[in-house]
Design a protein around this ligand. Structure first.
Ligand code: PEP
Ligand code: MG
Length: 574
C-alpha cells in the first residue's frame, strides 16, 4: 500500500531506496514459539547475553573516565543490581522453559512486569527508576540481538538503503558515515538538533519528526524521501517513482553546476567581500570544505572527537586532529570550538542525567567543571596554533565570570607551554559564541574582552524562545523570524561592527538561503555553514546588491506581524 508522511526537512536532496529499520531505544521484539528440543539452546543464548551484559558493565566500570562524576559508579552499580534482579535474570529463563517462547519475548514480558512494579512506588525517585530498568533491559536485548553497544546496522550493498529509526543521537549518526546510507528518517527530532546538523554535514537527505514512521514502515519497503520538502512516500507507484527519479537527477545536476562556483570570490554586486566558511566535525571533513570552495573553517565542533568511543582522546590525539585541520587549510582560518559536550552530545559511559539537559552542565560550563579535561584540550589547541591559522572559540558563554575564568585557564596553559619551551602562536585569537540571550544583550563586555564573536543561532533561538531544539513537539514554534530573534541578531551584528570586533554567524541560519540577504542587510559579512551549502549561498551573495536590500531589512526589523515579516522576506528574496 502506498502512503505519504510529512515531517521536518533537515537535510536536502532526494533519496530513493529500501527501508532498513533500526530499533534503538524501544523494546520492540517479535514473539515466536520454539519446538521443545530448542529450549535448552534458547536458555543458553539468554545466559550468554546476560553474561556479556555483565561483562559490559564490568568493563565500563574499570574504564570509567577519570573526569566522570562519582555518580557514574553509583549509576553503574544500580544498573548492575537491576540486571541481577531475578525478574530480569531468572524469570525469562523460566518463561522460555514454560511457555516455549523466544528469549527476546521473555525478556520484554518480564521487563514490563518489573517496570509495572516500579510504577506502584509512592516515592517519585523510585518510580523514576523504571527508566533505568528499561535501559538495562535494552542493553541485554541488544546483546541478544547481536548488536551490543550502539553499533549501527550495516547498510545493504546491493540496493540504496534508507535508515528508519525512532530516534538517532548525533553520536549514532556520526557512526553511519562509513555505511553509506542514502537517507535517514526518524520519528522524533527537531530541525536544529545536533542529529540534524550531522545529517547535513554527511550530505545525506534527512527528515525527522515523522511521528509513527518507524511503526508504519516495514523492512524493505520502497521509500522516496524528499529532504527539501520533508515528504516521505512509502511504496510509491511507478509514475511517482519515475517523477522523483527525474527530480533526483535534476537536483544532482543543479548541485554540480553550483560547484563550478568553487573558486569564484563571494562578492556582492556592489563589490563587498563576503567570507563563506564551513562547519566541520572532524579534520577529514576538510576534503569537502575545499571541494565546496569555503575559505576557512568557521566552526570545528571539537566535541565530536569525544563521541562514540570508550576512552577519551588524550592531548596527543587531539593535537594531531587540530594540527591536521590547521595544516589542511593551508593558512586559511580554522576556528576550533572548545568542546560543547552535554545536552544531546554525551560521552559514552559518562552520560549525565539532568532535568533540563540544554540548561544544565553543557559546553563551557562543563569545561570549567572538569578542569583536567579542559586543560588537556587547551594544551592541544594552543600547540596546534603553531601549525596554521588557528583561533579558539568558547561556546555558550553567559556571564563575564565564566569568560574571565576561561581566559585565566588559557593564560595558565600558555605559561605551562612557555615553561616547557613548546611553541604556540602568542597572538592566538580567542572568540566567544553568542548563543545565550544574556550574552547578546550584554554584548559590550564580551566584545571588549574577546578578539571575535560568532553567533550560534541554533541555541540563540532555542534559549530566546524557550524551545527545545531536539523536541519535534515544539518544532513548529522554533522561529528564526520571531521579532525577538531578529532584534537580537541585528543588535549583535550592528554592535560588533561598531566596536570593530569581527562577527560571524555559524548556526544553521547561516546556511539557509532564505536568510542570506536578511543577514547581509543586518551587516553580516562572515557566514559559516555545512560545506555542501557554500555554493548555493555564494550564488545568492553574487546576486545581491547591499544598497538595494538595506531598506527591506530595516522594514523587516520594524515589522512585528509574522505574516508581514514573511511577506517582506519573500520580496527581499525575489
Ligand atoms: C549554534 O548553537 O548555533 C551552534 C552553531 O552551535 P551548536 O549547533 O553546535 O550548538
Ligand atoms: Mg550552540
Amino acid at each position: 500500500m502506498s502512503f505519504t508522511l510529512h515531517g521536518i526537512a533537515v537535510s536536502s536532496g532526494i533519496a530513493i531506496g529500501h527501508a532498513h529499520l533500526v530499533s534503538h531505544t524501544s523494546l520492540e521484539v517479535v514473539h515466536y514459539v520454539l519446538p521443545k528440543q530448542f529450549l535448552a539452546e534458547e536458555i543458553a543464548r539468554f545466559d550468554a547475553a546476560l553474561l556479556a551484559t555483565r561483562n559490559e558493565f564490568a568493563s565500563l566500570r574499570s574504564n570509567r573516565p577519570t573526569y566522570a562524576a562519582a555518580e557514574f559508579d553509583a549509576f553503574l552499580e544500580l544498573h548492575q543490581m537491576i540486571l541481577d534482579d531475578p525478574l530480569l535474570s531468572v524469570a525469562p529463563r523460566e518463561m522460555i522453559a514454560n511457555e516455549y517462547c523466544n528469549a527476546e519475548w521473555a525478556l520484554k514480558t518480564q521487563t514490563e512486569t518489573l517496570v509495572a512494579q516500579f510504577d506502584q512506588f509512592e516515592d517519585a525517585y523510585l518510580r523514576e527508576r523504571q527508566t533505568d530498568v528499561t535501559q538495562v533491559a535494552e542493553r541485554l536485548l541488544k546483546q541478544l540481538l547481536g548488536q551490543p553497544g550502539h553499533q549501527p546496522p550495516p547498510a545493504r550493498h546491493d540496493v540504496e538503503t534508507i535508515l528508519v529509526a525512532h530516534d538517532l543521537s548525533p553520536a549514532d549518526l556520526i557512526q553511519f558515515k562509513p555505511h553509506q546510507y542514502a537517507a535517514f528518517i526518524t520519528d522524533v527530532g527537531g530541525a536544529t538538533s545536533h542529529t540534524a546538523i550531522v545529517a547535513r554535514s554527511l550530505n545525506t537527505p534527512c527528515v525527522v519528526g515523522l511521528h509513527h514512521a518507524r511503526e508504519l514502515i516495514r523492512e524493505d519497503d520502497v521509500l522516496i524521501l524528499d529532504g527539501e520538502q520533508g515528504v516521505l512516500i512509502v511504496n510509491p507507484d511507478k509514475l511517482i517513482l519515475a517523477e522523483y527519479k527525474l527530480r533526483q537527477s535534476a537536483w544532482e545536476l543543479e548541485r554540480k553546476k553550483l560547484k563550478r562556483l568553487r573558486t569564484a570570490r563571494a562578492n556582492t554586486l556592489d563589490g563587498t567581500v563576503i567570507e563563506l566558511h564551513a562547519n566541520i566535525e572532524k579534520p577529514e571533513d576538510i576534503v569537502e570544505v575545499k571541494e565546496n570552495g569555503a575559505t576557512g573553517i568557521g566552526l570545528f565542533r571539537s566535541e565530536f572527537l569525544f563521541l562514540n568511543r570508550d576512552n577519551l582522546p588524550d592531548e596527543e590525539e587531539q593535537f594531531e586532529a587540530y594540527r591536521a585541520a590547521a595544516a589542511g587549510m593551508e593558512g586559511q582560518p580554522v576556528i576550533i570550538r572548545t568542546f560543547d559536550l552535554g545536552a544531546d552530545k554525551q560521552i559514552k559511559g559518562a552520560e549525565r542525567v539532568a532535568n533540563n539537559p540544554a540548561l544544565g552542565l553543557r559546553a563551557i560550563r562543563l569545561c570549567l567543571a572538569e578542569p583536567q579535561l579542559f586543560r588537556t584540550q587547551l594544551r592541544a589547541l594552543l600547540r596546534a596554533t603553531h601549525y596554521g591559522n588557528v583561533k579558539i572559540l568558547i561556546p555558550m558563554l553567559s556571564s563575564v565570570s565564566e569568560l574571565n575564568q576561561t581566559l585565566q585557564f588559557i593564560a595558565a596553559t600558555k605559561q605551562n607551554l612557555d615553561d616547557e619551551g613548546i611553541p604556540y602562536d602568542r597572538e592566538v585569537k580567542i572568540g566567544g559564541m553568542i548563543e545565550i540571550p544574556a550574552a547578546a544583550l550584554a554584548l559590550n563586555v564580551f566584545a571588549r574582552k574577546l578578539d571575535f564573536l560568532s553567533i550560534g543561532t541554533n541555541d540563540l533561538i532555542q534559549y530566546t524562545l524557550a524551545i527545545d531544539r531536539t523536541d519535534e513537539e515544539v518544532a513548529h514554534l522554533y522561529d528564526p523570524l520571531h521579532p525577538a530573534v531578529l532584534h537580537l541578531l541585528s543588535h549583535v551584528i550592528v554592535t560588533s561592527n561598531k566596536l570593530g570586533v569581527p562577527i560571524s554567524v555559524c548556526g544553521e541560519m547561516a546556511g539557509e538561503l532564505a536568510y542570506t540577504r536578511l543577514l547581509l542587510g543586518f551587516g553580516l559579512r562572515q557566514f559559516s555553514m555545512f560545506s555542501a551549502q557554500v555554493p548555493s549561498i555564494k550564488q545568492r551573495v553574487l546576486t545581491t546588491s547591499l544598497p538595494e536590500i538595506a531598506l527591506f531589512t530595516q522594514k523587516i526589523l520594524r515589522a512585528d506581524d509574522p505574516m508581514k515579516i514573511r511577506e517582506l522576506l519573500d520580496r527581499l528574496n525575489a
